[in-house]
Ligand binder design. Sequence first.
Ligand SMILES: Nc1nc2c(ncn2[C@@H]2O[C@H](COP(=O)(O)OP(=O)(O)OP(=O)(O)O)[C@@H](O)[C@H]2O)c(=O)[nH]1
Ligand SMILES: [Mg+2]
Length: 207
Amino acid sequence: MNGLLFISIINLMKMKIDKTYKITLIGDGAVGKTSIRRSYLGETFKGNYSLTLGSDFATKILQVGDLNTNMIIWDLAGQPRFKAVREGFYRGTKGALLVFDVTRKDTYENIPRWIMELLNNNQKRKVPMILIGNKSDLRGSLYKTIPSEHGENYAKELSLWSGYDVPYIETSAKFGDNVDQPFETLIKQIIKADQMETITSYLQGEL
Ligand SMILES: Nc1nc2c(ncn2[C@@H]2O[C@H](COP(=O)(O)OP(=O)(O)OP(=O)(O)O)[C@@H](O)[C@H]2O)c(=O)[nH]1
Ligand SMILES: [Mg+2]
């Protein structure tokens, strides 16, 4: 084994993980969920579409303030045929990345369906969310794209509905543009929500 790799494994084993959070990446087939996850984890971009079968997952350790968090990222298959399989993966989700493709209007219009699927399979719990318009590199090309203001306005509506601040972020998984931001913003929001929940339980005398 390479010496450096060995040292980093030892360091990882010594690292104290304070919190583990499950997040889900959801949205229609081929919007770029897997590509965003890969890009965030530093993997190379694949131009050919290779659909996710059921689900895939990855983990990432993130230090937020003085907390070491382990983020478990569930990357769910967007194609309709995987609905039944997908439904088993939502439980315990603490936050969601809602992805649409800026070149495909139907993928934007389907976002509410994804939110309903998440709620219906996660004990109706509203969780922090980030709205992502992916494939921003295709703006200005031959494709007719969804204006950024649509995404921003819809994110505001989602904020009012959910009680969490839902940002709208445009990404290009192809070029790695903005891919870190959704994950890092989401984890901060989850930590905040978690702390609020603890305070509420304390005030209600449950702790
Ligand atoms: N131009 C461009 N193409 C992208 C981008 N992100 C993904 N793609 C392409 O879009 C196609 C679908 O990407 P995936 O990441 O597999 O999509 P997915 O949402 O995971 O699809 P499912 O697993 O079926 O739900 C692939 O051909 C990618 O190369 C992007 O930011 N820009
Ligand atoms: Mg995929």
